[in-house]
Design a protein around this ligand. Structure first.
Ligand code: ZN
Length: 383
């Protein structure tokens, strides 16, 4: 099965200019100024006027719901494949969240496999907020080696009242297990770390790394934009070789409490010397966001996968100079943070996870997941 997308403005995520892109089954096989395929049945998609982008890689989602603070009435809902597809997210990385008691890794595994059956390249983390983390086989490293969709562990919570208050040795043991499982399975074995509001910020993971042979990138802190102080720590962490993740979902109350809006955080971190390639953006979809009415907590709402695409749209319209940086933080960078080398880029040999985006109205025209059309507008013709 061949699909030829013609005359798209391609972002790989860096701008390549006008290109033809040939898909052979699940892979991208050519990206060139002009591709001609003759003598075989090939579906041709005219992408004149459209931008072709890598499918988004969302490094933190809670597809079976994340939190539920404040009682069972506030449990956040599961996410469906359509929620991700309409948001252009072709590689959601799923994790348990605050609640790893009424949600299990077995349920998360089932959800991830359901998303895969619907064309998404979903992956998962074992563990959860608490230590020792949950596993499917009884051991963090065994899960990584024996269970294909498991690519790491987390989001283990630090500097947060909801955490298990892990000490450096607990975090070091977890990182060692993830590193060994990753080494044996050819995965990165990343430890995603939820960083809360506590004063310590990233210090617990810096202490865990001190004096070990573990690579800096074994820990991947998220919510780095929770405060300016934490963002400064995250800049240092990325300068030492780690990745740091910025959460896009927010509320006016979070911003008022000192959270730095995602785009601003990304720009500030780069200006302060963070390597742009080691900064990522996530939705935290399915996670809980407090809902206020007249200044009073009135329940929780659920973060949405669509916040990434909405930010991308805003940037395309109002800050075009930042577009490639923001797109990389939603595609290639998170793929690299997890060692997903075939994801988040438009290059021959990569998986054919692609978006066709209309820059005139910010509309997502088509979505391909491993070469399979998951969302289509009436723009295709057979030849
Ligand atoms: Zn979190």
């Amino acid at each position: 099965m061949l699909t030829l997308i013609r005359n798209a403005e391609v972002f790989s995520p860096g701008s390549l200019g006008r290109r033809d892109v040939l898909l052979a089954d699940a892979r991208l096989c050519r990206v060139d100024t002009s591709v001609d395929v003759t003598g075989s049945a090939v579906e041709v998609v005219d992408a004149d006027g459209l931008w072709l982008l890598p499918g988004l890689v969302d490094p933190l989602t809670h597809p079976c719901g994340g939190g539920g603070e404040g009682g069972f009435g506030n449990r956040t809902a599961e996410l469906d494949a359509a929620d991700f597809i309409q948001a252009g997210v072709t590689t959601p990385v799923g994790a348990l969240g605050t609640d790893s008691i009424t949600r299990s890794l077995e349920v998360l595994y089932g959800k991830v496999m359901e998303l895969r059956a619907r064309g998404l390249s979903a992956c998962m983390l074992n563990g959860g907020y608490r230590l020792p983390g949950l596993t499917l086989t009884g051991d963090v490293a065994r899960d990584l080696v024996l269970i294909e969709p498991v690519i790491g562990t987390g989001e283990v919570a630090i500097s947060d009242h909801r955490s298990a208050q892990p000490d450096a040795s607990g975090l070091r043991r977890l990182a060692a297990a993830a590193n060994l499982g990753g080494t044996l399975s050819g995965k990165q074995g990343t430890v995603l770390v939820h960083v809360g509001e506590g004063q310590a910020g990233l210090s617990p993971i810096e202490q865990a790394l001190a004096g070990t042979e573990l690579p800096q990138r074994i820990f991947y802190p998220t919510h780095a934009n929770r405060s300016r102080g934490l963002l400064e720590q995250a800049v240092r962490f990325t300068r030492h070789g780690g990745f740091a993740d910025i959460t896009v979902s927010t509320t006016p109350e979070f911003i008022e409490a000192g959270e730095v809006p995602a785009l601003q955080a990304l720009r500030e971190a780069i200006a302060a010397g963070a390597p742009a390639a080691r900064l990522t953006l996530s939705s935290d979809a399915g996670g809980s966001l407090p809902l206020y009415r007249d200044g009073q907590l009135a329940g929780l709402q659920s973060a949405k996968p669509s916040v990434l695409l909405e930010l991308l749209r805003d940037v395309a319209r109002s800050r075009p100079d930042d577009f490639e940086t923001v797109l990389a933080a939603m595609t290639q960078n998170p793929a690299d943070a997890y060692g997903l080398t075939a994801k988040g880029r438009v290059t021959p040999g990569a998986d054919a996870d692609l978006l066709l985006f209309d820059p005139r109205d910010g509309r997502l025209v088509e979505v391909y997941g491993r070469g399979r059309p998951l969302l289509r507008a009436n723009r295709t013709k057979e030849s």
